[in-house]
Design a protein around this ligand. Structure first.
Ligand SMILES: [Zn+2]
Length: 224
C-alpha cells in the first residue's frame, strides 16, 4: 500500500534524542485551588522524539541530531538555576516589587515570596508541573528547529518528555504546525488550551497525600 506520495505506508522513521546535557536544575512549587507545595527543586531532564517520516532525506537523515541537540541545550540553559514562575497561575498573585527588581508572589494560603527578577524564569504556564513545562519546552524547541523544515522533511509529530526525577516524567506529543509564524506557534502551545476547566474531582484519602497535607482539602471521603 502507498500513500499519495508513493511512500510505503507500512514504514516510518523516528529520531530519539536524549543526552546528558539535556538537563536543568530549577526551583518551583505547584499550586492550585486549595493546595500549595513547599518551595523545592528538581534536577529536570528533557528528551525529544521526532516522528512520522516515511523516507529519510537525501542526506541520509530524518534530521541531524546536532540540530536537535543545539536547540534543546539552549532551552535547558534558559531554565537552569532559576525559580520557575507560572505567569498564568490562577491562585498566585504575581507583582513587581523593589522598583521592579523583584518578583513578588502572594499565594492563596497567605504565603509570600520575593525573588530577584534575574533568579526567576517567567513561563507562560498555569502550574509548574512537568506536564506544563513539557508543553512550554515543546514550543521552544519547535521555534528553534524551524517547523516548516521539519514538515518538509516528513516529520509530522514531536514528543517532548520532561522528567523531574528518575521514574517521574510527563510526555507531551503534538502534530507540528506547518508554519514558522511565531504567534501561530505560541497559540498552538498555549498551555491554557490544554487544561480542563471546572472543578477538580475529589481525590481519595491516600495516606501519602494526607501526610503532605494534600487531598483532604477537596476530599469527599473522610469528611475533613
Ligand atoms: Zn516539584
Amino acid at each position: 500500500m502507498s500513500n499519495d506520495s508513493g511512500f510505503p505506508e507500512t514504514t516510518s522513521f523516528e529520531v530519539n534524542v536524549s543526552k546528558d546535557t539535556f538537563k536543568f536544575n530549577a526551583a518551583h512549587f505547584v499550586a492550585y485551588n486549595g493546595f500549595r507545595e513547599r518551595l523545592h527543586g528538581h534536577n529536570y531532564k528533557l528528551s525529544i522524539r521526532l516522528l512520522g517520516s516515511r523516507k529519510i532525506c537525501s542526506d541520509g537523515y530524518v534530521l541531524d541530531f546536532g540540530d536537535v541537540k543545539a536547540v534543546t541545550k539552549t532551552a535547558c540553559k534558559k531554565l537552569n538555576e532559576h525559580f520557575i514562575c507560572p505567569m498564568y497561575s490562577d491562585v498566585i498573585t504575581i507583582t513587581d516589587e523593589a522598583n521592579g527588581e523583584n518578583v513578588k508572589l502572594l499565594c492563596q494560603d497567605g504565603a509570600e515570596f520575593s525573588f530577584p527578577k534575574g533568579d526567576c524564569i517567567m513561563l507562560p504556564i498555569v502550574h509548574s508541573t512537568v506536564e506544563e513545562i513539557a508543553i512550554y519546552c515543546w514550543g521552544e524547541i519547535i521555534l528553534g528547529l524551524d517547523a516548516e523544515v521539519l514538515v518538509k522533511r516528513g516529520v509530522h509529530t514531536m514528543e517532548v518528555t520532561c522528567s523531574e526525577a528518575t521514574g517521574q516524567e510527563a510526555v507531551f506529543r503534538m502534530k507540528i504546525p506547518n508554519t514558522n509564524n511565531h504567534a501561530e506557534i505560541m497559540k498552538a502551545v498555549d498551555v491554557r488550551s490544554f487544561i480542563r476547566t471546572g472543578e477538580l474531582f475529589p481525590k481519595p484519602c491516600l495516606p501519602v497525600a494526607n501526610e503532605k497535607g494534600a487531598g483532604c482539602s477537596i476530599c469527599s471521603h473522610c469528611g475533613k
